[in-house]
Design a protein around this ligand. Structure first.
Ligand code: F1P
Length: 358
């Protein structure tokens, strides 16, 4: 076995990161199998808006999915943590509205998400849609339709393969319901992912293990902000590093004060607003930071010390998942460099169960 295969054999987190494209294929098949049920749910209920909810990684997944749903379906869509929907429903469910609730949960068992769903159903009669990885759970029981990508199941506490598989399912469902012709082109994603992981694994390892970098900032806007937030959580959960996520243009408004020679600024570049985003990256390089840019097409060297290009030809609404493998590997290798075990992240458990409501 190669050195990389040896490591994957030793760590289930690394193995799950490296094998995730197969779960993307399964996610596409799951949406395809449920086409009629998805169309029926969306067309039969005259929804006024969409609320997307989850916890931790799946809240960040909700942040990536909500703008996509609004763009594809033409209805207001908002991502909220399940705890907010549970505790402050009046700030989220608009009077007279008929929202579609989309719950996202790897386990389908997180107490906040289950309770928020049950509470929501006492206020609104509409069917609930769920995306997850495990059948027979409390959330599946509360849902009219569940898109379950069982190939996304993982031993890891931190979400990697499960997260990207659920993202592909959500993007494919949005494309289906929005009548987006790109759904067919999304079939290319698994092969693109395999190629990307093979080509960029060493760069992710090199940057993850470079102890010059002590501060990490993940920048993303629009559909990419949720993914930047997830990349940040991977870095924190696995390696206990100083890291934060920001909307691209927000970084100038104070947080850039933290940029120094030990900083890696990671840009999840869009194609539609790249000129604004490249300007931010150029400025951060002038402040002494190094930049890693992830983009579909190559960017000028004066903005990127390091870059990863997907060359997918897919629009942003169809290829968000391609940002993830390198960023997951970056967090994984920084964890190793920090003598942390990514398979046993500090203080964390796979599911957060809360005591029975008092
Ligand atoms: C939500 C979650 C994960 C986190 C950890 C604890 O789980 O917060 O995002 O990584 O595993 O649980 P789920 O509702 O998506 O199963």
């Amino acid at each position: 076995m190669s050195r990389i295969e040896n490591e994957a054999f030793a760590s289930h987190t690394l193995n799950e990161i490296l094998t995730q494209p197969a779960a993307w294929q399964a996610a596409l098949e799951q949406v395809n199998l449920n086409q009629a049920a998805l169309r029926e749910l969306w067309s039969a209920n005259n929804f006024t808006d969409i609320i997307v909810t989850g916890c931790g990684s799946t809240y960040y997944l909700s942040l990536a999915v909500a703008p996509l749903l609004q763009q594809q379906l033409g209805k207001p869509a908002r991502a909220v943590p399940a705890s907010e929907l549970l505790l402050y429903p009046e700030t989220i469910i608009a009077p007279g509205s008929n929202p579609l609730l989309l719950t996202i949960s790897r386990s389908g068992r997180t107490t906040e998400t289950v309770r928020a769903t049950r509470s929501f159903k006492t206020k609104r009669p509409g069917p609930v849609l769920n995306i997850g990885c495990y059948p027979g759970t409390e959330l599946v029981a509360e849902s009219a339709l569940a898109l379950l990508v069982t190939e996304g199941q993982e031993e890891s506490v931190v979400q990697t393969r499960s997260f990207s598989a659920m993202l592909v399912a959500a993007q494919a469902a949005a494309a289906l319901l929005g009548g987006d012709a790109q759904l067919e082109n999304m079939q290319k994603l698994p092969a693109l992912g395999e190629t990307l992981i093979a080509a960029q694994h060493d760069l992710a390892r090199q940057l993850g293990q470079d102890n010059k970098f002590q501060r990490f900032y993940f920048l993303g806007s629009g559909l990419q902000y949720g993914l930047a937030s997830e990349a940040n959580l991977k870095m924190k959960e696995m390696s206990l590093s100083n890291s934060e996520a920001f909307h691209f243009m927000e970084f100038r408004h104070g947080p850039m004060s933290m940029v120094n020679d030990n900083t890696l600024v990671v840009g999840l570049l869009s194609e539609t607003t790249r000129s604004y985003e490249l300007a931010v990256l150029r400025e951060m390089r002038k402040l002494g930071g190094k930049t890693l840019v992830l983009a579909d097409q190559s960017v000028p060297a004066d903005a990127a010390d390091y870059q990863v290009n997907f060359n997918s030809g897919l629009p942003e609404t169809a290829r968000g998942v391609l940002y993830l493998p390198v960023l997951q590997l970056l967090g994984y290798y920084r964890a190793i460099a920090n003598n942390q075990n990514p398979d046993q992240p500090h203080n964390l458990t796979t599911v957060i169960f809360l005591e029975p409501a008092s």
